[in-house]
Design a binder for this molecule. Structure first.
Ligand SMILES: Cc1cc2nc3c(=O)[nH]c(=O)nc-3n(C[C@H](O)[C@H](O)[C@H](O)COP(=O)(O)OP(=O)(O)OC[C@H]3O[C@@H](n4cnc5c(N)ncnc54)[C@H](O)[C@@H]3O)c2cc1C
Length: 305
């Protein structure tokens, strides 16, 4: 809109200039009508259309070119994918239409190991390579082509949490960063550096917490189940200032998002949207979600021997 507004406000317009402007605007609209249509309702055809019509010769600089150290993806990484929209769409295609894992999402979403227990869309969503609307219209397309069940519903439901935390930030502004959170709770919090470092380094002595923290440190990723447990342990069991935990997540997570991170941290720490004052029993959580100890062994084996 900006150029059009400035055209009308900053120039002396003559009829012929207006005609030319109108002509160029119409040809622009005609040319990009399909793009606009697809932008409003993105789907699989959109992706194909974009790939066919939009020539993209952009080459991202390598980490080395940016003066940063290169890195190898950890062999156990739950997010071994690459960044960018093309990769995001590939993942969307694979998770929905090739493996059809979307159809069992509700059953698997509390998993801990591997690529397919959850969608893994969050890093692309966080940096804007993928939009929630694109995912939504792909879900609708999946439901029309295959089936609609509680899993297809649940993925959209989870995306609504993401939106919800954005509205929480809009409403409560800087309160999301204050110690009392949006509930303005007057709790006592500790700041014991040694205990904080043990948590960061996966050395708390609580294996389920430690395994998750080591995964985060080595890969920049942690499952939602893991995040809930380590955050609850930090804020509720160790009574440490929840904002320090949130800031550490901010520095590590490849899907860091200010609203989802601070919103969830407040929620788990009892200063946010959960009216219940709950503390996770991490031992029981480990028994329930990692009964054979596979996840804990995966990340703790180096430290066990
Ligand atoms: C303490 C804590 C901190 C968190 N920090 C972040 C963060 O910085 N960035 C981030 O994207 N998510 C954060 N989450 C939410 C959630 O853990 C991740 O979105 C999810 O694990 C990403 O994996 P996925 O894409 O496979 O999720 P899926 O289970 O496949 O869900 C699909 C999408 O729904 C959204 N979603 C799912 N759960 C949540 C949730 N609880 N809150 C908000 N959105 C959700 C995400 O956009 C996600 O990509 C945090 C959760 C906790 C408990």
């Amino acid at each position: 809109m900006k150029p059009i507004i400035s055209f009308y406000t900053t120039r002396k317009t003559s009829p012929s200039l207006l005609k030319r402007f109108r002509r160029s605007l119409l040809s622009f609209v005609k040319k990009y009508k399909t793009t606009v249509k697809y932008a409003l309702k993105p789907n699989r055809e959109t992706a194909a259309f974009q790939q066919e019509t939009i020539q993209n010769d952009t080459k991202s600089p390598s980490l080395k070119e940016l003066g940063l150290d290169d890195f190898e993806t950890h062999p156990n990484a739950a997010f071994p994918f690459r960044g960018g929209e093309t990769e995001a769409i590939k993942r969307l295609e694979d998770y929905f239409f090739t493996s059809k894992k979307l159809g069992v999402y509700k059953k698997t979403r509390n998993g801990l190991i591997g690529t397919n227990f959850s969608s893994k869309f969050s890093p692309w969503l966080a940096n804007g390579s993928l939009s929630a609307r694109t995912i939504y219209w792909y879900v609708i397309q999946f439901e029309q082509e295959y089936f609609k069940n509680d899993s297809t519903y649940w993925l959209v439901f989870e995306l609504i949490w993401r939106d919800y935390f954005k509205y929480i930030s809009l409403k409560h502004k800087i309160n999301i960063f204050l110690i009392g959170g949006i509930l303005e709770k007057d709790y006592e919090w500790k700041k014991n550096l040694k205990v904080i470092e043990q948590w960061i380094n996966g050395q708390t002595g609580e294996p389920f917490v430690d395994a998750n923290m080591i995964e985060l440190k080595k890969t920049g990723w942690m499952s939602n189940r893991g995040r809930q447990n380590v955050a609850s342990y930090f804020a509720k069991t160790l009574n440490l200032d929840w904002r320090i935990g949130a800031a550490y997540f901010e520095s590590q997570l490849i899907d860091y998002d200010v609203h989802s991170n601070y919103g969830n941290w407040m929620y788990v720490s009892g200063v946010g949207n959960d009216p219940r004052d709950r503390t996770f029993n991490v031992k029981r959580q480990a028994e329930r979600y990692d009964s054979a100890g596979k996840f804990q062994r995966l990340w703790l084996q180096d430290t066990l021997f």
